[in-house]
Ligand binder design. Structure first.
Ligand code: MG
Length: 386
């Protein structure tokens, strides 16, 4: 069997390192031909290059790229720097599939470069679909490439929809763990600190995503992504809190039947499904023990205490550049919160104010999306005095 040749953008992050675990577990299925990272974990990146022996490496930070060039001088591989370096790697001719796991808006242009080069995409960068869903899904259709979701919820929906006839779907039901502040009131949330927000009850993820799941913005962004990935109107996408995080999402069909995807809370499963789709090879990862789990429960999300969820769905209803603006404002606000420069409720407050100040335009060209993104960032920084 031919091994799938994988390019990993964001190899030193949470998704990237877990993707490499999957490659390690399935050596006869998968092979790494390219790695890329932002440039903040060079020792780890160097170890990854020496272990997986990719043909090419890209580092977004140009100084870090030079440093890697120096460290890997004796090795037979190309090292590229800067944003163009990431795009060049994403379009690397030897790759069959590109896993896009860079955090933030930096993931957008390399993802488009990979699509235009005809690569299937394992999509782990939320911003790609949130900010530029219209553009990216149109390009993917035009190029005939697959967008394979990596996020656990979208992977679940994608798995449940395999073989579903056109017109049979009634709604998507995205599950949410509720995050560390499930059940908290607005008054309690006003005093929520950084350490508490970073203590996620179920998932082990990077800090940005962990804060997003504390505000429920993560779920809001996932609703936007689901809308673009599955071409379902946002009114037909529901969110339900499921604290055990074993049901990763569900679909309801026109006949009233529901299908759910259930599994352990281990990101390596949805990553593997995207990398080996449509195959399901055996792996050594932990299994879910249903009896030990005991019960599955469900609750309505609290959209008043956690308004980010509401803002995200409003943004996609308004359309155009509004989702890109919400995403960018959120990124700046979460950064400020993580630095100790903003209180927890300051995150939704900032987003609401930036949304109110934005006049959306159609998001059909990358320039419009990037412009809206840059505008929202500078506006949010200004607002937060940063
Ligand atoms: Mg998720």
């Amino acid at each position: 069997m031919n091994r799938k040749r994988v390019i990993i953008l964001g190899s030193t992050g949470s998704i990237g390192t877990q993707a490499l675990d999957v490659v390690r577990a399935l050596p006869d299925r998968l092979e790494v031909v390219g790695l890329a990272a932002a440039g903040s974990h060079l020792d780890l990146l160097e170890r990854q290059v020496r272990e997986f022996r990719p043909a090419a490496l890209a580092v977004a930070d140009p100084a870090a790229a030079q440093e890697m060039q120096r460290r890997l001088a004796g090795e037979d591989l190309g090292v590229f720097g800067g944003a163009e370096g990431l795009e060049r790697l994403a379009a690397w001719p030897e790759g069959d599939l590109v896993l896009t796991a860079l955090v933030g808006a930096a993931g957008l242009s390399p993802t488009l470069a990979a699509i235009r080069a005809g690569k299937d995409i394992a999509l782990a960068n939320k911003e790609t679909l949130v900010a530029a869903g219209d553009l990216v899904t149109r390009e993917a259709r035009a190029q005939g490439v697959r967008l394979l979701p990596v996020d656990s919820e979208h992977s679940a929906l994608f798995q449940c929809l395999q073989g579903a006839p056109a017109g049979s779907l009634r709604r998507l039901i995205v599950t949410a763990s509720g995050g560390p502040f499930r059940g908290w009131t607005r008054e309690q949330l006003a005093g929520a600190g950084r350490e508490q927000a970073l203590r996620h009850p179920r998932w082990n993820m990077g800090p940005k995503v962990t804060v997003d799941s504390a505000t429920l913005m993560n779920k809001g962004l996932e609703v936007i992504e689901a809308h673009w990935l599955f071409d379902v109107p946002v009114d037909n996408i529901d969110v339900v809190v499921h604290p055990q995080s074993a049901i990763h999402s569900l679909v309801e069909f026109q006949d009233g039947s529901m299908l759910a995807q259930i599994g352990p809370t281990d990101m390596r499963l949805p990553i593997q499904y995207a990398l080996t789709y449509p195959e399901r090879p055996a792996n050594p990862f932990p299994r879910l023990d249903l009896v030990a789990m005991g019960a599955f429960t469900f609750e309505q999300p609290d959209r008043e205490a956690f308004p980010c969820l509401k803002y995200a769905t409003q943004a996609v209803t308004i359309g155009g550049t509004m989702p890109a603006v919400v995403n960018a404002a959120n990124e700046v606000a979460v950064g400020a919160f993580l630095d100790g420069g903003l209180d927890f409720l300051g995150i939704p407050r900032t987003i609401e104010r930036i949304m109110a100040a934005h006049d959306p335009v159609p998001a059909t060209a990358l320039e419009a999306v990037l412009q809206a993104d840059a505008w929202a960032r500078s506006r949010a920084r200004e607002l937060l005095g940063r």
